[in-house]
Design a protein around this ligand. Structure first.
Ligand code: URA
Length: 195
C-alpha cells in the first residue's frame, strides 16, 4: 500500500505542542517527547510519559525500558520504522514520578490529535496509565491485559509496561503471550503491515 502523505497539520501540531503550558511539566523538561515512527502506521503504541533519557534525547523509550520495548516489537516483527510510539504526557514528570491525573488531562488532547492524524487500526497501551486514559478509567492491567476492545473503529489492548517487566520477571511469560496475540491481531486487521 502506498503511504498516505504526512499532513502539514502534523508539523503544526508538534510546533503548538512545543509551546504548550497547560501544566507545569513544560517548565522543568529538557526536550519535548512528541513521538517517533511512521505517521500513517496502522499500529500505535502509547506509554505514560518520558523518563530521564527520553527527556534528554527527545525520543520516547530510549532508556532501559526502551531496549525492552524494542525486543517486544521484534517479537511481533515490528520496528520503530513501521509503527508509531507516543506517550500520554509529552514532558517528563520530575524524578520519573507517574504523571498526575491533572497533567494527563492537560496533555491528552495532543495524543487525541495524533490519533486523528495517524488513523491507527490498533492501539497498544503500554501499562495501566495509558490503558486508564485510552480504554477505561478503572482499567485493571493485571486482570485485563491482552484483552481487545473496539471503540470508534479502533481496536485497543494493553500489555504490561516494559518498566514493569524489567522489575518483575514473573510477568514476562504472560506478556509474551499477549505479544503473540497482538501479532495475530495485526495479521487479521492490517496484514499489509507484514507485506
Ligand atoms: N516510559 C514511558 O512510558 N514512556 C517513555 O517514553 C519512556 C519510558
Amino acid at each position: 500500500m502506498s503511504p498516505r502523505p504526512v499532513p502539514p497539520e502534523w508539523e503544526q501540531l508538534q510546533e503548538r505542542c512545543e509551546q504548550c503550558n497547560a501544566c507545569q511539566l513544560g517548565r522543568t523538561r529538557t526536550k519535548l517527547v512528541f513521538g517517533v515512527g511512521k505517521k500513517d502506521s496502522p499500529v500505535l503504541f502509547v506509554g505514560e510519559g518520558p523518563g530521564q533519557q527520553e527527556d534528554l534525547q527527545g525520543e520516547p523509550f530510549v532508556g532501559a525500558a526502551g531496549k525492552l520495548l524494542d525486543e517486544m516489537l521484534s517479537i511481533i516483527d515490528l520496528g520503530r520504522d513501521n509503527c508509531y510510539i507516543a506517550n500520554v504526557v509529552k514532558c517528563r514528570p520530575p524524578g520519573n514520578r507517574d504523571p498526575r491525573p491533572e497533567e494527563q488531562e492537560a496533555c491528552v488532547g495532543w495524543l487525541y490529535e495524533q490519533i486523528r492524524l495517524i488513523q491507527p487500526k490498533l492501539i497498544i497501551c503500554l501499562g495501566r496509565i495509558a490503558a486508564g486514559v485510552l480504554i477505561r478509567r478503572d482499567y485493571r492491567i493485571t486482570r485485563e491485559h491482552g484483552q481487545w476492545i473496539q471503540k470508534n473503529g479502533i481496536w485497543y489492548t494493553a500489555v504490561y509496561h516494559p518498566s514493569a517487566l524489567l522489575r518483575d520477571l514473573s510477568r514476562r511469560p504472560e506478556a509474551f503471550l499477549d505479544l503473540l496475540n497482538i501479532r495475530d491481531k495485526i495479521n487479521e486487521v492490517c496484514p499489509e503491515l507484514y507485506q
